[in-house]
Design a protein around this ligand. Structure first.
Ligand SMILES: Cc1ncc(COP(=O)(O)O)c(C=O)c1O
Length: 443
């Protein structure tokens, strides 16, 4: 049945109608921000006050994270409140932090894994393989063998060659046909690499049938860091088209996987409202719905602190100005990989200047007439290792001072390298601003 033949509904589910509704932005869950700030500030302060760059061992002054597991917990509650029908399968690739994974396990989430190592990390926590989806349409044969051996059956595919591979290695897999989406409004586009277009799905279903494979789901991803919730309407409509098409080939689709793309900021409520409405219109109620959120869960939960390892004074004789280049001990080859791979613009803030802790002061009237301009650089010898080209602070910062950056949980440490011999393993100090999460984790 084509989407146009769906049962009419009296509700107006057009995009315009949905976003014109009184959607609560952020007031949905008490964000416990002040408690979190207090705990994060305390953790940052306690750590940096123990370090003296003049006497410390090599690496003692390394960048470190403070992770608020309470924030992950709040995001989960917010998800449940807004997308009750969608069971989250956390995208491990986004940040495979062991405590985050453990908390999400306690909360009953599933997991989206894309490789053998991710699958092993999840199964080693005692998670049942049925809670894992191997959401990688182009799998490495040996990883697929491993997944089959470990009992991971749910997996995505989007092309003919992959079907032959699956037939050979994992013939009793539970297959999700990943379809192409319009991800042009997203930060990181995925559909130029993955997803079958609707004019190829019949051929894929026909081959799957011929090979005796079992197609049970339809999957899509509207692109990571999506900005246009309308993409969900079209994707759900297309998913319904494939559900009906699959029935023609004798497949009973029982799950739709709506992927990721959500951000943890105030866009989440309007995004989820559009998705929930689209599911209601296009996806029959007996069909299970799962999602693969990554960034949404962890983006805001991690703060990183970096120390100033070097400074260069830049004087402009013509203008009569002095500015500074600050070199930090972390950069785009490390945890700021998100600048390159995830198009992020991390915002530097002063943590420690001389003997003064400055955490969170920027929020309360930080601007003064005599601001000093800084550019911020990473520690490697590559000119690309550049974090921020112009930021103003009132303090004169020097070697041994510290900066911090919020919202550093998504696609940061997961893609850090050891380029130039710098470490990609940084300490994480865990705090928990929600008693519910503390109880679950035994903190
Ligand atoms: C298949 C798949 N699922 C889920 C995700 C997570 O996306 P996000 O972090 O936007 O939620 C990604 C990100 O690349 C992905 O490729």
């Amino acid at each position: 049945m084509a989407p146009s033949a769906l049962t009419p509904t009296t509700e107006d589910y057009s995009y315009e109608a949905i976003i014109s509704k009184d959607i609560s932005l952020g007031g949905v869950v008490d964000h416990g921000v002040s408690k979190a700030k207090e705990l994060i500030g305390h953790a940052l302060k306690s750590r940096v006050e123990t370090i003296d760059q003049n006497t410390c061992e090599a690496g003692e002054e390394d960048a470190f994270f403070v992770a608020d597991l309470g924030e992950v917990y709040r995001q989960h509650l917010r998800w449940k409140k807004n997308l009750a029908r969608v069971k989250p399968h956390y995208a491990v690739k986004c940040n495979p932090d062991p405590q985050v994974l453990r908390l999400l396990n306690e909360l009953g989430c599933g997991y989206d894994c894309a490789s053998k190592a991710e699958i092993d990390q999840i199964l080693e926590m005692g998670v049942d393989p049925s809670r894992v989806i191997y959401a990688q349409p182009c799998k490495t044969k040996s990883h697929l063998r491993h997944a089959a051996l470990k009992g991971v059956k749910q997996m995505t595919f989007d092309n003919i060659d992959e079907l032959y591979k699956i037939k050979q290695i994992s013939p009793d897999a539970e297959l999700f046909l990943r379809i192409h989406t319009d991800d042009s409004g997203s930060l990181v586009r995925l559909s130029q690499k993955y997803g079958a277009s609707l004019d190829t799905t019949a051929e894929l279903l026909e081959l799957a049938k011929k090979l005796g494979l079992n197609v049970v789901g339809v999957a899509f991803h509207i692109g990571s860091g999506a900005t246009d919730p309308k993409a969900f309407l079209k994707a759900c409509q297309d998913a319904r088209f494939v559900i009906d098409q699959a029935a023609v080939y004798g497949f009973e689709i029982h799950t739709v996987d709506v992927g990721g793309g959500f951000t943890g900021d105030k866009t989440f409520e309007p995004f989820s409202a559009v998705l929930a409405a689209a599911l209601e219109v296009y996806i029959p109620p007996h069909i299970r719905v799962i999602g693969e959120p990554g960034r949404y869960y962890v983006g805001t939960a991690f703060t990183i602190a970096c120390s100033v390892i070097a400074r260069r004074t830049v004087t402009d004789a013509t203008l009569g100005t002095t500015s500074y280049m600050l070199y930090l001990n972390d950069g785009v080859y490390g945890n700021f990989s998100s600048i390159m791979y995830d198009h992020q613009h991390p915002v530097p803030m002063v943590l420690k200047a001389g003997n003064d802790i400055k955490y969170d002061v920027r929020r309360s009237g930080y601007d003064t007439p005599s601001m000093i301009e800084y550019s911020i650089w990473g520690p490697t010898c590559d000119g690309l290792d550049h974090i921020n080209s112009s930021v103003m602070f009132p303090e004169i910062l020097d070697v041994g001072d510290w900066l911090y950056f919020e919202d550093m949980g998504a696609y940061t440490k997961a893609s850090a390298t050891r380029f130039n011999g710098f470490t990609n393993s940084h300490e994480v100090i865990y705090i928990c601003s929600e008693p519910g999460a503390s109880a679950l984790l035994g903190f």
